[in-house]
Structures are given as C-alpha cells and as structure tokens.
Design a protein around this ligand. Structure first.
Ligand code: GDP
Length: 386
C-alpha cells in the first residue's frame, strides 16, 4: 500500500500522533487491522462509513477495509539539507513516501519547548518547506549537470531528455521563489521524465494542525489554525485539525468511556478517522467494493494524476483508470485471466435499493465488460471462467 510520512519540527506532537494512530488500530483490531512493520511504520485500516453501510445491508459477517501506511519521520530540523542533525538521512526517508503529513504546532504550552521559542505556524511551515526546497534544488542541479553531458542517440530518449530538461528548468525557477515543485503544471510526458528524481516538493501535503484540547470544539477560531489554513491553500495543500494529546488519551481509555470524554470536550468523534481518510484521498486512492459470500471488501485503487493535486487529492484522467478485469485481478489473478463481466452498481443505487438483489430487480445492476473503467464507489461482482 501507499505510504504517508509524518514530518514536522521537534516537539510539535509527531510521535504522540503516530502512537495514537498505532494504539487506536490495536485497540480496535477486530474492525481495524493494524500492524507495525518497523518501529516507525504502521499499516492502518481506513475507517470507511460506506463499507459499514454496505456490509450491514448485505448481512456480511466481516467488513474488510483498505489500508494506508504511516511512517513517523522524526528529526527534521533547520539545516537538514545542509546535513545538520541527521539531515540527509531524514530527507531520504521522505523521498520514499508517497505523501507528506506535516504536523504543525498550534497548541501553547510553556512546559514544552518550541525549537524557535514560540508557537508560530508560518515560520514552522517555512522552515520545513525550505529544507525540502533546498534538497530538491540540490538534486536538480546535479541532474542538470548530468543531462548536459548526456547525448541520447535514439529519438525516443532524445524526446524524453528534452522533456526532462524543460521541466527541470521550470521547476528550478519556481523552487528559487520558495514554492513547491507541485505548483508547476507539467505535461504527462514531463511528469514521467522527472518522476525518477522523487522530488520532495512534488509530493502532496496535508498540514495537520495540532491544537490544544480546549480548542478542539471551536478550532476554526484559533488564530494559529486560521494561519495554517491560509498557507495551505496557497500551497495547494489540505488541512486537518486534530489534538494529538486527546487522541493519545483516548487510546488509554476503555472504549465505553471514550464517547463521554469526547463529549466533555464538545466534539462527537475522534479526529483520527478523519485524518486517515484525508490521507487516503491525498494519496490518490479511491474505493470500489466487492463481496464474497460472507465478507464485504473495500478495495483501494489509484486515480491517475491530472495536474497539481488540490486538497481533495488528484483527479482521474478519463481513459487511464483501472479496468474491470484489472479490478478483478486485485482479488485473484484467475479472476482477471478468466474475466467475463462485472455486475456493477453504484454505491448510491445499492443503498437506495437496499440490497443487491433489489438493485438487480430494479435494473440498477449493470453488466460491464472488459473495457469498463472502474468508478469511485462501484460495488462489483466479478463473473469469470476458471
Ligand atoms: P515530536 O518531537 O514532534 O515527535 O513531539 P512529541 O509527540 O514527542 O511531543 C512533544 C511533547 O509535546 C510531548 O511532551 C507531548 O506530550 C506534548 N504534546 C503533543 N501534542 C500535544 C498537545 O496537543 N497539547 C499539549 N499540551 N502537549 C502536546
């Protein structure tokens, strides 16, 4: 599955948040499978209301959610791109993730030292962004040196090199302005040509505003959160507000006491579900469903990029998505090989009809062939030869 890296300055609440995500997954293991691969990597199930509804309507015994990997990337400090701290090592960890969650400190607490002396989201975001920008500039410079010497012979490689050069020149200019590479509009060919560089500022970002528990109910009126929201929209990024501390405390409470605690803070539910769902979308993942005899499965598939992502994640380029046989192949390779058709109904139609058989009677169940492109929210039953 795809990986989201949690980054941020020291003491902003990264580990608290990561551990809460981990612990929460463990506590609810029956519904939300979770496991840690390495100490700082966790696979987290995506809590999805549609999956719950479908599995209830189908009387499934089990609902199996899709998952996302979270990575706790500690240690990013000012000067990292110059090798400060364990700088380059951490930047290389960021290179390996597919998207970035930057935790921004929006809580005041005199007992917890802020590396720059005061809570200042703009400065925090700038510091991290600059490190990523410097690292990308460095990489682009090295790459351009190489490209200067390279003389591709066959026409196809020539075209690709030309595309890479042109893209890198434009990205370089934008980076010099302190803006992320993802703000440059690239053609599909250019995107493909620069992909191998894994530029850090090309990755989609969500800012996680970590607020004090007393601010959770009315976080919109917190001036720090307002500032983060403003910056995020300039940087084509999303914002999720959360209190890492509250999430950590929730994991310590027995399940039956959690609702009460949340109520006392003036909120209805834990923010983790929201954060995980936002991350899932940011990674470009969308969902279709399929069912076995007793299970309802939520399957993630990836939308293709069609330009700089907005806060809701990348969009599907029509014609490039996943086909019905490929979707069947996710379940089992035999399903793809012997694919005949996929009986398909949109989520809303399924729910309106109340069951698959009712949907069939009402003519809402469509028979889709080999060329069908899977749509978000499709419920699919695969027919195949063995
Ligand atoms: P990291 O360095 O970014 O991983 O930060 P940690 O998660 O280790 O948190 C640093 C300190 O801040 C710890 O003592 C946490 O308990 C505290 N902390 C984290 N989130 C919150 C919060 O929302 N409110 C308050 N008051 N303290 C927090």
């Amino acid at each position: 599955s795809l990986r989201a890296g949690i980054v941020g300055l020291p003491n902003v609440g990264k580990s608290t948040l990561f551990n809460a995500v981990v612990e929460n997954g463990k506590a609810q293991a029956a519904n939300f499978p979770f496991c840690t691969i390495e100490p700082n990597v966790g696979i987290v199930a995506v809590p999805d209301p549609q999956l719950q509804v479908l599995s209830y309507l189908s009387k499934s015994q089990r609902a199996v959610p899709a998952s996302v990997e979270f990575v706790d990337i500690a240690g990013l400090v000012k000067g990292a791109s110059q090798g400060e701290g364990l700088g380059n090592k951490f930047l290389s960890h960021i290179r390996e993730v597919d998207s970035i969650l930057q935790v921004v400190r929006c809580f005041e607490d005199n007992d917890i030292i802020h590396v720059n002396g005061k809570v200042d989201p703009k400065s925090d975001i700038d510091v991290i962004n600059l490190e990523l920008v410097f690292s990308d500039l460095d990489q682009i410079e090295k790459r351009m040196e190489k490209l200067k010497k390279s003389k591709a012979k066959d026409p196809q490689s020539k075209v690709k090199e030309e595309a890479e050069r042109s893209a890198l020149e434009r990205i370089q200019r934008v980076l010099m302005d302190g803006k992320p590479a993802r703000s440059v509009a690239l053609s599909d060919l250019e995107k493909d040509a620069v992909k191998h560089l894994c530029l850090l500022t090309m990755k989609p970002v969500i800012y996680v505003a970590n607020v004090a528990e007393t601010d959770l109910a009315d976080s919109g009126s917190n001036s720090h959160v307002q500032e983060v929201t403003k910056i995020a929209s300039h940087l084509q990024s999303g914002v999720v507000t959360i209190s890492a501390q509250v999430e950590a405390e929730l994991t310590e409470l027995p399940l039956e006491d959690r609702t009460e605690y949340l109520k006392s803070l003036g909120v209805e539910e834990s923010g983790l579900g929201n954060l995980i769902r936002a991350t899932y979308r940011l990674l470009g993942m969308r969902t279709y469903f399929t069912s076995g005899e007793k299970v309802m499965l939520m399957i993630a598939f990836i939308y293709k990029w069609s330009g700089p992502p907005d806060s809701s994640g990348p969009e599907l380029v029509v014609g490039l998505g996943m086909t019905a046989p490929q979707a069947a192949g996710v379940i089992h390779s035999d399903f793809e090989k012997g694919f005949i058709r996929a009986e398909t109904v949109a989520y809303d139609d399924f729910v309106a009809a109340g069951s698959l058989s009712a949907a069939r009677e009402k003519g809402l169940l469509r028979s889709e062939g080999k060329d069908y492109i899977v749509q978000e929210g499709d419920v699919m039953l695969f027919r195949f030869n063995v």
